[in-house]
Design a protein around this ligand. Structure first.
Ligand code: PGU
Length: 401
């Protein structure tokens, strides 16, 4: 019989979010009357707004007409690629540097193929678990050593360093996953911090995979929404982004990745050409309907709807933050991101998760699931219906007892 890919055996446990869903189901069985509210997984809850929805509907309708029918689109609709370049990057990129995807997570997984099993991977600690788990699956990291995965450079991001890593600790010639606004801490890197990151990455021959999935939640105009706002980033960074969190497309599935033509490997080969080759080979493009919705999301009316939707979730975040602070629980995030990161000193994250579920019937995400430095933290997601978030905030008072 064929043997299992040994990389899969290196993965410590199930993926974080299904594990949370499993514990929730288990709790529901023993507490059948509990009205559980989820502030756990960052899954959008509000209906898609009318103008963007109209784009989706029209996209579907076009497929039923001889003039409007379309089949495979490979790297994506040219009009959408151009629109993304203009809305997010002041037209700094040609259409063939913008690749339309079926979501940021999917591209994060595929991007590893560019660098292979030998890549030296560094991550912010804590960070979105897909960066590390994806690296383990691709063979770029080894087994679990009790504190983390062998071969991964964990860069602690804590209150002590303002949730920004020590750039001097970046590995030479490696790959850095960097997420801003950060999941789970909600921290947003400043321009000066990103300048330091780009400078150090360039000096060390490192490529940054910059995950900007929450960029539309940034309200402070001084904070960069894209790594490409930083001079020099075009020769050291790739950016992934998504319509999931700004437009409510978590189920529709649409995202994009920018790979500048100026980005080169150590040997001088073009990363952009390789990415086009990989996408052409193992990806057949995002749904045409989703792309029509994406185009609607990026016209003037659509951008207003994006603003409105993100504001709604940011208001939820404010409620959560206020409820936690009333309880004397220290927390950060939630002002330019949909996550609130709360500290429970000396406690195990999974124990606090269990206590909140037990006492408040509220599902959260244990900070340790995002990396060793997440221990003793809980992530509260602001994705929820307003009434649910208000009810959850009331129930959190139960933690006092
Ligand atoms: N990047 C970051 C930083 C994310 O937090 C998420 C979703 C994604 C990408 C996924 O984007 P898509 O475009 O929808 O693929 N994070 C959520 C959902 C959990 C998950 O497994 O993706 C979260 O709760 O962290």
């Amino acid at each position: 019989m064929i043997t299992r890919n040994p990389c899969i055996a290196n993965i410590k446990a199930g993926y974080l979010f299904p594990e949370i869903a499993r514990r929730r189901r288990e709790f529901a069985v023993t507490h059948p009357d509990a009205k559980i509210i989820s502030l756990g997984v960052g899954n959008t809850t509000e209906p898609i707004l009318p103008h963007i929805d109209q784009g989706l509907v029209e996209g579907a309708r076009q497929l039923a007409t001889p003039e409007g029918y379309s089949g495979y689109q490979d790297e994506g609709l040219l009009s959408l690629r151009k629109r993304i370049s203009s809305v997010f990057y002041k037209e700094a990129f040609d259409a063939d540097e913008v690749f339309i995807s079926d979501g940021a997570k999917c591209d994060i997984g595929r991007l590893q193929l560019l660098f292979g099993a030998g890549a030296q991977v560094a991550v912010q600690d804590p960070s979105y678990p897909v960066y590390v788990d994806g690296s383990v699956l691709s063979g770029a990291a080894g087994g679990w050593n009790g504190a983390g995965y062998a071969g991964i450079t964990y860069l602690p991001c804590t209150a002590e360093n303002d949730y920004f890593p020590d750039v001097a600790a970046l590995p030479e010639n490696g790959l850095l996953y960097f997420c801003s606004p950060n999941n789970p801490t909600g921290a947003v890197a400043t321009r000066a911090q990103l300048e330091a990151l780009v400078k150090e990455s360039t000096a060390k021959g490192l490529i940054i995979i910059f995950d900007a999935a929450y960029s539309e939640y940034i309200r402070d105009p001084t904070l960069p929404k894209s790594i490409f706002e930083i001079e020099g980033a075009k020769t050291c960074a790739i950016e992934v982004n998504s319509f999931s969190k700004p437009a409510g497309f978590t189920g529709v599935r649409l995202g994009w990745t920018v790979v500048p033509k100026t980005l080169k490997y150590a040997g001088g080969e073009s990363v952009n050409a390789d990415w086009a080759r990989i996408c052409g080979t193992i990806f057949n493009g995002a749904s045409n309907i989703a792309q029509a919705g994406g185009l609607a999301a990026l016209d003037d009316e659509g951008l207003l709807e994006i603003r409105q939707l993100c504001d709604f979730y940011l208001d939820n975040a404010k409620l959560i933050r206020a409820a936690l602070r009333d309880l004397g629980i220290a927390c950060v995030g939630g002002d330019n991101s949909p996550y609130v990161w709360a500290r429970f000193p000396g406690r195990d994250s999974w124990d606090v998760f269990a206590e909140i579920l037990e006492k408040c019937h509220v599902v959260t995400t244990p900070g340790s699931g995002f990396g060793p430095a997440g221990q003793s933290f809980i992530r509260f997601s602001a994705f929820g219906h307003r009434l649910d978030v208000e009810e959850a905030c009331k129930r959190l008072a139960g933690l006092k007892k």
